[in-house]
Ligand binder design. Structure first.
Ligand SMILES: [Zn+2]
Length: 305
């Protein structure tokens, strides 16, 4: 016996969000799946929506799904809010008396996330960056085991990215065990990536013994990398205004001294070269060419041993 509910949570000036919940009669872990924390990342919205509509048959525990966490950003196909410019992924746990985006974070935290045993936060690289298919989690030590680490590997992404430390305000920082996923986007969406997200969530639920494991495929052996993953901070920047031309793609392995991209003037004159300081993997690279000084263009991660 499974109980399905759908409710609308009202959350101040930004409106609110819909929550689908499925609960098995047998007690067990509570998992939360979020899509649309960033409004221009539609793979996660569609994957979370499909998971909600198909009413996952749980054998134990419960799952809450919010397909469009930030409706004000989603309506505008934007990473951030059109009401107050807020980046929902950076203002957790939010503030009931704060701006529109902080109010959304507050209601997501208090009414959906608080008490969850695992958060699966579905992002994609959006319109600004190219990223490989990855699952990220936080852990200071590579060898330490945790539900988040197991979930990151079970998801079946090409990369598992371990982030030492917890960065303030991030959605995945307010739930003890959390993963987020990213995949190539660039403003378009491949149906295969949505399928991969749906399959990834189901593999995590199977790993937690919450659904019957019907998958014939096991998660691939991921490339394990580590480093900071906050795209607002942990990236290499450029010093010149111009056009940034990339020499590598998301997911590429690069060696020390390798050219990652070039800033050129409209005349074609090279203003600046962006060089890899060490052997690394390209986890994010700017797609849209126009840049101004201090623009963030490349995020690298190193092999995690
Ligand atoms: Zn995102």
């Amino acid at each position: 016996m499974i109980n399905h509910t759908q409710r609308r949570v009202r959350a101040g000036a930004a409106g609110g969000f819909d929550v689908w919940t499925a609960e098995a009669t047998t007690r067990g872990p509570h998992v939360v799946v979020l899509g649309g924390i960033h409004g221009d990342e539609t793979q996660g919205v569609l994957a979370a929506g499909r998971l909600a509509a198909n009413a996952t048959v749980l054998t134990r525990g419960s799952i809450s799904i919010v397909p469009i966490a930030h409706e004000a950003a989603y309506r505008a196909d934007s990473r951030t809010s059109t009401i107050d410019g807020g980046n929902l992924a950076r203002v957790f746990p939010g503030d009931p008396n704060g701006g529109a985006t902080e109010q959304i974070a507050h209601h997501l935290f208090t009414e959906v996330l608080d008490g969850a045993d695992l958060l699966i936060d579905l992002h994609t690289s959006g319109q600004g960056y190219d990223m490989p298919f990855l699952a990220g989690y936080q852990a200071d030590i590579a060898s330490a085991d945790s539900l988040a680490k197991q979930a990151a590997f079970a998801f079946g992404a090409e990369f598992v990215w371990r982030h030492p430390g917890r960065s303030e305000g991030r959605t995945v920082s307010v739930v003890d065990q959390a993963i987020y996923v990213e995949c190539p986007g660039g403003g378009s969406m491949s149906p295969a990536s949505v399928d991969a997200y749906v399959a990834g969530v189901q593999r995590v639920l199977a790993m937690m013994n919450m659904v019957a494991d019907t998958s014939s495929d096991t998660a691939r052996a991921a490339i394990r990398v580590t480093g900071g993953g906050d795209l607002d901070h942990d990236m290499m920047s450029v010093q010149h205004a111009g056009l940034f031309l990339t020499d590598v793609v998301g997911g590429a392995k690069v060696h020390a001294g390798q050219l990652l991209g070039t800033v050129v003037a409209t005349s074609g004159q090279v203003l600046e070269e962006v060089i890899a300081p060490n052997e690394a993997w390209v986890m994010a690279i700017k797609r849209r060419p126009p840049v101004v000084p201090d623009d963030l263009v490349v995020c690298l991660a190193t092999t995690d041993n």
